[in-house]
Design a protein around this ligand. Structure first.
Ligand SMILES: [Zn+2]
Length: 406
C-alpha cells in the first residue's frame, strides 16, 4: 500500500487518458477519418497533461457548467475542486454537438487527441479573466490568451493519442505522475514538497528547496518545459542549470527533478492552486509557495498565492501549501535568510532584478556568488553569449547582403 498522498478526485487513483497499444493504434486510424480542428499550443499541452494523468480526474475539456463552477466557486459540476477552466475553443461553425473530432496541434500538425463534442457553448471571456486573473487587462499575457480564444467552447471527453515532442525533446526530465510516484515510493518518501520552477534556479530557490528538505522526506524540483513568454530562458538551458546545482549542492536522495509540459498562464494565486492540484497527482503532499508565485507584472500582491489557500472550500484540496517568505542573501546575517528570519534592512541584503541579471550575463560580467552558484552562472553565461553572437551574425549577415547589391 502506497504511503503517498492519493491522486486528486473522488476515485483517488490516476486517470491517464493516453491510450496504449492496440487501442492506441485503432484510435489513430479512426482519427485519420474524422473531421479535424486545429488547437493552440495551450490546448495541446493541457491535453498532454490529461494524457499522462497530471490533470486527474478530468476526462476531457470542460462544459459550461464546469466552466462556470470553476470560475465562480473553484468547483466542477460534480463538486470536484478545480481552480482554472480547462477549455477548448473553435471558430468552426460547422462543428455540432455529437461530432467526433480529431484535435490537431497548430504548432506541429500532430493529432494529439480525439474528442466527442458533448457541448458547444459561448462564454463571457471577461468574466473568466476577472475570476481567474483578477483583471481583464489585455496587457496581462494570460488574459490576452483567453481574450484571443475562438468564439465557441467545445466540451466533451477526449482520448489522448500523443505526448507530442516532450518525451523525446526533454527525455532526461520529462516525467509522468505514475513515474514520479514510483520514484518517491522507492525512496520510502511520504511527505514530499514540490518546488515549481520556470526560471533558472538561483540561491533563493535553492534556499526554498533546502528549507523543504529539512522538514519533508524529500523535494520534487519540478520545472515547466511547456511554453513561456518570449524572452524567457529555454527549458534545455534551465534543465542544465538545475542539474549542475543539484549535483554540486544537494545531498544525494533528498531531491528528485522532473519536468511537466503545461503552458504558463501567469494567473498568480489561481495558478498556485492549479500547481498544487496537479502536484498532488505527481505524489506531492505539499507545494512550496514563495513570493509572487506564478505572477507577472504587478497584478498580484506578493503573498496572494499563499492567502488563496485559505479562501478555497475546506477540504477541497489535499495537497497543502508550504508557505515560505521572501528569501535573499543578507550580508549582516552572513547567509541566506527570509523576511521572517532577517531583522536587517534593504541596504544589508543582496537584491538583483531579473533585467540586471540578464544584462550582466549577456555582457559576460560576473554576478556575486551570494546570488547564484558559479556552476549555474557558467551555464547561463554561455547561453547568453551564444544568443548575442547569433543576433550579431544576423545583423552582420543582413548588412553584407545589402553591400552585395551595390
Ligand atoms: Zn539579515
Amino acid at each position: 500500500m502506497s504511503q503517498l498522498i492519493t491522486p486528486h478526485g473522488k476515485e483517488e487513483r490516476l486517470i491517464p487518458l493516453l491510450l496504449q497499444g492496440a487501442e492506441l493504434e485503432a484510435e489513430k486510424k479512426r482519427a485519420a477519418s474524422l473531421k479535424s480542428i486545429r488547437i493552440t499550443t495551450r490546448e495541446a499541452s493541457d491535453l498532454i497533461m490529461m494524457g499522462i494523468g497530471a490533470f486527474t480526474p478530468l476526462t476531457g475539456f470542460m462544459g459550461s457548467q464546469d466552466w462556470k463552477g470553476v470560475c465562480d466557486k473553484y468547483l466542477m459540476a460534480d463538486g470536484t475542486f478545480w481552480p482554472i477552466p480547462i477549455t477548448l475553443s473553435t471558430d468552426d461553425e460547422s462543428v455540432k454537438e455529437g461530432d467526433e473530432l480529431a484535435l490537431e496541434d497548430e504548432e506541429t500538425g500532430t493529432i494529439i487527441a480525439t474528442m466527442t463534442v458533448s457541448e458547444k457553448y459561448t462564454i463571457d471571456k471577461a468574466h473568466e479573466c476577472k475570476a481567474v486573473f483578477r483583471t481583464d487587462d489585455t496587457e496581462h499575457p494570460g488574459v490576452q490568451k483567453v481574450m484571443e480564444q475562438a468564439k465557441y467552447n467545445l466540451g466533451g471527453p477526449v482520448k489522448v493519442l500523443s505526448e507530442s515532442y516532450y518525451p523525446e525533446m526533454f527525455k532526461d526530465v520529462y516525467m509522468r505522475p505514475a513515474e514520479s510516484r514510483k520514484v518517491f515510493e522507492e525512496k520510502g518518501w511520504r511527505r514530499v514538497a514540490a518546488l515549481q520552477l520556470r526560471n533558472p534556479m538561483h540561491r533563493s530557490h535553492e534556499f526554498l528547496a533546502k528549507i523543504a528538505v529539512e522538514v519533508m522526506d524529500g523535494v520534487f524540483i519540478h520545472q515547466l518545459v511547456g511554453k513561456l513568454k518570449a524572452g524567457d530562458i529555454p527549458a534545455d538551458v534551465r534543465v542544465k542549470a538545475i542539474d549542475v546545482l543539484v549535483e554540486n549542492y544537494f545531498v544525494k536522495d533528498t531531491v528528485v527533478t522532473g519536468g511537466y509540459p503545461m503552458e504558463m498562464r501567469y494567473a498568480g494565486p489561481r495558478e498556485a492552486l492549479l500547481h498544487a492540484t496537479f502536484r498532488q497527482n505527481y505524489g506531492c503532499s505539499h507545494m512550496i509557495i514563495g513570493r509572487d508565485h506564478a505572477g507577472v507584472g504587478d497584478y498580484y500582491g506578493p503573498f496572494d498565492a499563499q492567502k488563496i489557500f485559505l479562501e478555497i472550500p475546506e477540504g477541497a484540496l489535499k495537497c497543502q501549501n508550504l508557505n515560505i517568505d521572501w528569501t535573499f542573501h543578507c550580508f549582516k546575517c552572513g547567509g541566506m535568510a527570509s523576511m521572517r528570519t532577517c531583522p536587517h534592512g534593504k541596504a544589508d541584503r543582496l537584491l538583483l532584478s531579473g533585467t540586471m541579471v540578464r544584462k550582466t550575463l549577456s555582457e559576460g560580467g560576473e554576478l556575486p556568488g551570494e546570488f547564484s552558484r558559479p556552476e549555474v552562472l557558467e551555464v547561463l553565461k554561455k547561453y547568453y553569449m551564444d544568443l548575442e553572437e547569433k543576433i550579431e551574425v544576423k545583423l552582420h549577415g543582413a548588412a553584407t547582403g545589402d553591400l552585395g547589391k551595390k
